[in-house]
Design a binder for this molecule. Structure first.
Ligand SMILES: Nc1ncnc2c1ncn2[C@@H]1O[C@H](COP(=O)(O)OP(=O)(O)O)[C@@H](O)[C@H]1O
Ligand SMILES: [Mg+2]
Length: 233
């Protein structure tokens, strides 16, 4: 059975699709077969991105498919190591079915108080999903679009305390970097476009931190190549 990661947030523009492309790239680079389900109709950011990305040989073990319905938890997964679900920015049946199917949840969060407050709706939906499926759902929050050495970055240090019960703030912070935007528009990710750049460093750190947590909570055989370990920023 693949490991299923749902990437959700109630807020559009928090970076879900961007994070999904970067994580998918990090995982295929560690020899995983990855299925990405683009559940965000009608935008389908990831299907559009994949229109270019699939031409890159490194993405031979990546498939991106549309997942239009609210039946993700009833799907039979194909042979893949990891399934990543890119959720819509609203709390609807699609998101509920993604939460029912997931082994973990990742929530990209812009580093402001209003964005943190808005997590309460997602937290209620997660709570209901956990009760219904009768197994826990580890939920991780990653701050995204952080501008280092700003007053906002300093204020962001306090956001971890605002998280709803059961949500855990990751140490990784994704900086606000053009590299993320340029890579998306090029049908690639920062790992391919500028592997030694800061956006790639942030993504590697995120992938490594998530692998550490999911190994703890899921006991998955997540392969952790040296490329994902001990990366400094
Ligand atoms: N860390 C980042 N640095 C700079 N721009 C980012 C970053 N993360 C996301 N963006 C930009 O923010 C916008 C929204 O991101 P996207 O991934 O489409 O969000 P969502 O899928 O949550 O709606 C896009 O223009 C994207 O390029
Ligand atoms: Mg999106």
């Amino acid at each position: 059975m693949p490991f299923v990661l749902a990437v959700c947030s109630q807020k559009g523009g928090s970076g879900k699709s961007t994070v999904v492309t970067g994580l998918a790239d990090a995982l295929v680079q560690s020899a995983q077969r990855v299925l990405v389900l683009d559940a965000d109709a009608p935008q389908h950011t990831l299907l559009r991105w994949y229109g270019e990305a699939h031409k890159l040989p490194k993405f031979a073990s990546l498939i991106v498919e549309a997942a239009p319905g609210a039946d993700l938890h009833k799907r039979r997964w194909p042979a893949a190591d990891t399934v990543i679900i890119d959720c819509p920015g609203r709390l609807d049946g699609v998101v509920r079915s993604a939460l029912a199917a997931a082994d973990a949840l990742l929530v990209p969060l812009q580093p402001t108080y209003p964005d943190s407050w808005a997590l309460s709706g997602l937290a209620e939906t997660v709570h209901a999903a956990v009760q219904a499926r009768k197994r826990p759902l580890p939920a991780f929050v990653v701050l995204n679009r952080l501008k280092p050495r700003t007053r906002l970055a300093k204020q962001a240090d306090g956001l971890g305390q605002l998280l709803p019960n059961g949500f855990q703030m990751l140490d990784t912070r994704l900086r606000d970097l053009q590299g993320f935007q340029v890579a998306m528009g090029s049908g690639d990710t920062p790992l391919g476009l500028d592997p030694t750049g800061p956006a790639a460093a942030d993504l590697r750190q995120l992938a490594a931190e998530l692998l550490t947590h999911t190994r703890k909570t899921h006991g998955t055989d997540t392969r952790s190549p040296s490329s994902l370990r001990h990366q400094s920023r």
